[in-house]
Design a protein around this ligand. Sequence first.
Ligand SMILES: Cc1cc2nc3c(=O)[nH]c(=O)nc-3n(C[C@H](O)[C@H](O)[C@H](O)COP(=O)(O)OP(=O)(O)OC[C@H]3O[C@@H](n4cnc5c(N)ncnc54)[C@H](O)[C@@H]3O)c2cc1C
Length: 571
Amino acid sequence: MNFLIQPKKYKSLMADKGSRTIMDKTIAFFEKMGKERLSEDYNEKVWYKEFIDFIGKEQIFAKLLTPREYAGGDPDCRWDTARNSEYSELVAFYGLGYWYCFQVTILGLGPIWMSPNEKAKQKAAKLLKEGAIFAFGLSERDHGADIYSTETSLTPKGDGNWLANGEKYYIGNGNEAEMVSTLGKVKDGTDDYTYFVTNYRHKAYELKKNVISHQEYVSNFALHDYPITEDDILSRGELAWDSSLNTVNIGKFNIGPASIGVTEHCFYEAITHASNRILYGMCVTDMPHVKKNFMDAWLRLVAMKMYQRRSTDYFRCANKNDRRYLLYSPTSKMKVTLQSEDIINLLWEVIAAKGFEKDTFFHMAATDVRGPSKLEGTVHVNVQLIRKFMKNYFFNPGEYPPVKPDFSLNDDVFLFNQGPTKGLSKVQFHDYRPVFESFKDLPNVATFIEQINIFKELLEKAGPDKMQDMDPSWSLPLGEMFSIVVYGQLILEQAKFDNMDKDIINQIFDFMVRDFAGFALQIYGNHSTRDKQREHCTDILLIKAVANPDQYNKIWEKYVSTLNGEYEMND
Ligand SMILES: Cc1cc2nc3c(=O)[nH]c(=O)nc-3n(C[C@H](O)[C@H](O)[C@H](O)COP(=O)(O)OP(=O)(O)OC[C@H]3O[C@@H](n4cnc5c(N)ncnc54)[C@H](O)[C@@H]3O)c2cc1C
């Protein structure tokens, strides 16, 4: 059984023919292009016009990103988080650059679908049908995560229209986006935030350069007295501010699947290379440390997929009274993306020189895979965000009806109506304990439960003081530990639905126990940690995962070594 996607034996999660066709056509597009061309275009930084033409011809973004209400009757159109995640994973399997074009189109459409401006929405739907791509113009060169300092301005002309001025930096697709959702402030004495639409073809839109050296286009553009009418205004005031954060909520959830896709392709290349390489008369994969790297990488990859899959259900069932997705999305963002970096490191240690070769997928991925953890909020920003949920998660659980796996054809329109972004610390979560308890017959889950209990005790009896709380070098490892609990909970929930082989689950929790201890060590070593806190950290550190060599070897034989030669992209 193969848990990784295998394009040549592709099994879509979607039941409807329209969605399956989208996946199949995308695979056919890339396999026809072949690995040689894919690498050449990457290395020569060729803008992927052919891909955009293909997307337009097949109406792929139109189908994936138009809510049904604006679809003009096309039955394949809906905004379906499960489907978009699947598509992201698949496209990133062939290259993060291609995925990025999809990603920033999603972001660009966020403030549009969230807007009360019907004309702009109809225009976006029409442009999607015509094959357009979109962009999200939020970042400015000097301000990074600090969007309060946005300088782009909208000045009233006195006749009901405005002039936009300012400069945006790091804006994907800014070279060809038909609608750039641009964030600015209204200079009419209010300094209200506003989203308005600009277009790269306008003469007042100066496309300055591609900021990065890549086939994807991450633009720096400037607006010089760009004329804006009422029809171009998407939102103003609180709605505009919320549109930024709510769009990023949607976008950042789409990053995890990309990290998964890119890692899966690398895994195939790495295991096939190592399994067929003979050194000193022995196969490289017979060396215990090499085998361990592959095992660790594969288990982490399977865990990433399980977490991402389960959290998608919570995204789809979200509503005003169930905002649990606000924790699961940044957890995906910081955890899944960092795990993919760890996996690439593990694989690269094995395939060494091969990972540099220009005709591998790996050499592209090894560079690009560092990106996802840093975009749409760095790991720091996301860990700080999830810490807001920690108290209620551990100490004040809420009641919710059970959430089943959701592959319905529903439109996830709540995402465009998320409402105010405040009140995060009030969000409640279902009790994490029952699902852990139901797996406690597995020694490493039982060990992990012990660790969680000590961690909870640390929070209750020796929690961070004000200074430690305000110092990210102290609070970040604490947040990382919290994130592993959330991660583990959703993995176990998914394991139930998948009826997952318990050997795999037990081995997944082997690395979870090690990771948890690793962050406890960071807190232990911090100079401002108090003795009482160190005692709890020591208790966590001294618990070790339970070895089971037979189980380990069984997984290697049954699931991991069998991936040798399983997939090779067409030349
Ligand atoms: C390839 C690429 C594509 C991009 N695409 C787009 C796009 O399409 N549209 C768009 O608008 N932007 C885009 N961006 C911008 C991107 O989202 C930002 O770069 C990113 O959010 C981080 O900002 P920064 O790199 O400027 O870091 P800074 O904000 O300068 O952060 C500096 C340091 O401070 C830390 N930090 C900042 N705030 C906090 C906090 N609150 N708590 C704890 N630590 C904090 C950070 O973790 C980091 O270590 C893109 C960037 C790149 C490189």
